[in-house]
Design a protein around this ligand. Sequence first.
Ligand SMILES: O=C(O)c1ccc[n+]([C@@H]2O[C@H](COP(=O)([O-])O)[C@@H](O)[C@H]2O)c1
Ligand SMILES: Cc1cc2nc[nH]c2cc1C
Length: 315
Amino acid sequence: MDYARTRQDSLTKPQGSLGKLEELSIFMAGWQGKEHPRLNQISCLVFAGNHGVTAQGISAYPPAVTKQMVQNFENGGAAINQLCIAAGAKLRVISLDLDHPTADFTKAPAMSEEELCRALQTGADAVPDDCDCLLLGEMGIGNTTAAAALSLALFGGDSGQWTGRGTGLAKDKLAHKAEVVETAVRRHSPEISDSFELLRCLGGRELAAIAGAVIAARQYRTPVLLDGFISTAAAAALTISAPDILDHCQVSHLSVEPGHRHLIETLGKSPILQLDMRLGEASGAAVALMILRASLATYNGMASFEEAHVSRSLQ
Ligand SMILES: O=C(O)c1ccc[n+]([C@@H]2O[C@H](COP(=O)([O-])O)[C@@H](O)[C@H]2O)c1
Ligand SMILES: Cc1cc2nc[nH]c2cc1C
């Protein structure tokens, strides 16, 4: 990171004038451990899971859409297929036991220990040991409720501040969704003392898989782009047990889902983009990859003041 910072200051531009693009190049050089970080092999993982809490009427869409969208991903017809082509990332979609939704967490823990471990391991195993950047996203009808519950259990506050319309829930059902979140957290909070218990009680399989992938990426020193509210909440669950666990992660964009802003601020992160997106399926991560490419193209390719014979600042 020190090397990259010095190099940035030697390039033919006023110091700091590329703003966040400069910060991103320093982040990439540091985590890749390379003077010239690269973006050749990019893995985009989309984990899909189903949620028992959909029985509470908390989504605008039926749970069958999770599997239908997975089929759409496989057929190349979803937004993420086109965004991965545009950004130059290899997409892999991983379904986690879609025919067996997690338990309704207003009534019982979402998963058993064994189910949680399987989901964490699936996420970790999906991470290649040699990619230059990892994009993480999800598909799961009902999972903004799980993300809100994780956030409330993690950071407290009012359930309404973590709850939004997700796929487009009617405004008059929002108060009910916030109550569902509140009930779930009140039920499980006393049992929760670490990150894995939190994910087991209030998460979902695709959220646990994202957490597993974040841990594996850290072991490989692979930089990560988290997608939106759900991906950030899944990764944030890990901070109970390891406060610096998200240092190798960037938040790709600020989602429209209102809890995301508070979550990002609480984590001390700043999103790369704000495009009024709320799709999920790693779409924001794929768009942010294009910004990362802009960052590394300038950092790796620009001439220094000395090389270009350009005079330095007078001050
Ligand atoms: O990534 C986000 O910030 C985001 C915000 C709103 C909705 N989503 C997507 O919508 C689905 C969850 O919405 P819901 O209303 O069913 O909880 C799930 O498939 C997510 O990928 C994603
Ligand atoms: C159609 C649809 C596509 C999605 N992609 C991610 N979450 C989604 C939710 C819905 C409803």
